[in-house]
Design a protein around this ligand. Sequence first.
Ligand code: HEM
Ligand code: HEM
Length: 189
Amino acid sequence: MKYTLQFRIWHWLNAIIVLGLLGTVFLRKTFLSWRTNSEILMTKLAEINIEITSEQAKVLAKAIRAGMWEWHIILGYALAFLIIYRIYLFFMDKSEQESFSSLTLHKKGVKISYYIVYVTLFFMAVSGLAIHFYKELELTKDFVGSLKEIHELVYNVILYFVPLHIIGVIVAETRDEKGLVSTMINGEK
Ligand code: HEM
Ligand code: HEM
């Protein structure tokens, strides 16, 4: 068995949750962006002779976004649990992975990219939880502000990894690693 059932379940749950988190970020930056929507609200209300200030429009636009963004936090908790589970698997899992030194240069690169992603996911979970619980943790506004900026900056690692990973897997599957994706589904070599 190349990948145990536990490991495969971890991989696919992780994939769904990370894609979901990226989805919430996408919505926040596009269709549910408060900047865009507050302007739409102001223009459309003006057309029916209701004047609101940009400050009021901002409050409304943010209220529309809020229900969606709750999912960033819900999926965020799920990610935090999955990371804990991945650490457990690191020590306990019986998947038969080849030793690092036996890998080709290319596969070493792929492995290293996974390590980078694990460290990144870990950072995203810790920083995300810290931003969310800043009051309980008694963090200063300045510190939370910087943490948010770093959380948003480091997010780019995930943003680039996900499409590269999916394209990489498809390319490998069609070339010299036939059955790579089914291995991550059925676990067999
Ligand atoms: C939805 C399409 C996806 C497919 C078809 C897919 C497929 C695969 C396959 C076949 C592998 C094993 C590759 C190898 O042996 O090098 C793998 C590994 C991995 N995938 Fe995905 N994946 C997908 C999405 C994701 C997403 C969204 C993430 C989010 C971060 C992710 C994270 C990982 C990680 C971290 C590994 C390395 C596991 C390890 O060996 O420790 N995958 N994936
Ligand atoms: C793959 C993992 C994650 C990614 C890619 C991600 C991405 C992002 C991005 C891009 C932003 C900035 C949004 C913007 O201002 O336009 C953000 C904000 C935030 N994230 Fe995450 N995040 C992840 C995980 C988490 C986790 C685990 C939590 C904790 C539960 C979390 C909580 C937050 C919070 C509280 C904010 C600040 C929102 C605000 O300013 O009101 N994130 N995230």
